[in-house]
Design a protein around this ligand. Sequence first.
Ligand SMILES: [Zn+2]
Ligand SMILES: [Zn+2]
Length: 438
Amino acid sequence: MNEFDRISKNFSSSEGKDLKLKALNGFKDILPGEAELWRQVEDRARDIFARFNFAEIRLPILEKTELFARSIGETTDIVEKEMYTFVDKQITMRPEATASLLRAYIEHGLYVQKPVQRLFTIGPMFRHERPQQGRLRQFHQMDVEILGSANPRVDAELMAMGTMLLSELGLCVSLEVNSLGCPACRPAFRENLLSFLESRQDALCDDCKRRSITNPLRVLDCKKPNCRSIVEDAPSILEHLCPECAAHFSEVQDGLRQLGIDYSLNKFMVRGLDYYCRTTFEFTTTDLGSQSAVCAGGRYDGLVEQLGGPKIPGIGCAMGMERLVLLLLQKEQKIEGPAEMDLFIAGLGDAASRIAFSLMQSLRKEGVRVAMDLDNRGLKSQMKQADKAGARYVLMIGDDELAKNTGMLRNMATQEQQGIPLGDIRILIETTTTGRHV
Ligand SMILES: [Zn+2]
Ligand SMILES: [Zn+2]
């Protein structure tokens, strides 16, 4: 089984089948070997967010249920059936990040500090979905929001950032863009769509039959083949945009061209959240087999006000970490292993082991990555452990050496050995500096 299979099957692992205490269905451990890849994705994202002048914000996982009902929308799939809610407490584990981020933005008056706030947050989200490949109940997102500007160039810039991040991660993606109009022009489109769907009700799937009345726009992005073929002829939102929305959308596209970003229009892309208006976009890839979204977002100009804040426009997007990690694995990107050790100290005998124990502490204070066998096993076992830990040097201390306050230093790559005073150890080994976070 290769690394990709191992990790993608991790949430239905057959090992430990008879265990009583296992992770919940749809919840997954990120084990050493995979966690390094997660950090690689995060580090690259943080680097790019910094290039685009974004600041980090960290948010709580639990919020009042009302926050999500009011922002995401009462009739969305998320709020209707996917939230982890403690009914007796009226609180919910966040199913997405935008609502919480806006709640914090309003609560702390962040709009007073800066006219335009560029914020990102990274963390787990929770949705009670049927677990399928790449879809977990606790999943992780990197979420980016720009608050305080309705300028279409901001939309283009955000999509340029998405493009840069995904391409620097080595992924092959395509960008689809749409406009959902505004409260001035969407009602007419909605009416038009309603009457189009009314005459075709019987052919729609059960979900869409219901949606066609409560939330007809959602029918447009139903994935079922039957519904897809019906909406093929549905009226287009892009033909219903008011002059302001049409001008905004054309400037967004102009901005994308200026920044050299490839995109295509997709009039069916409506996104599963009610708060979007005007620009919506989605980065998809076929690298995982069927087409899947790796980053999606849009503008939500009325949302801050709707949540009790001032009238402030905003736009944002979220990227699914699980999919990015799977894609990288599949592309056989180089995975940095767990942090390599600079030095393994093999203390032989109780006295040597005591010296090794305190030597290890003082070397760690100097920034050296050191390990030793605290249980003082035999030399053969300790050399095996040193090898497993990827130690570049092994320092052997036995009774003879101890008497002279020296040790035997072995370079694991060249197999060369030399006796050295214990005080010189720090000078003799060069420590790994790549990929180290001090
Ligand atoms: Zn409009
Ligand atoms: Zn459908």
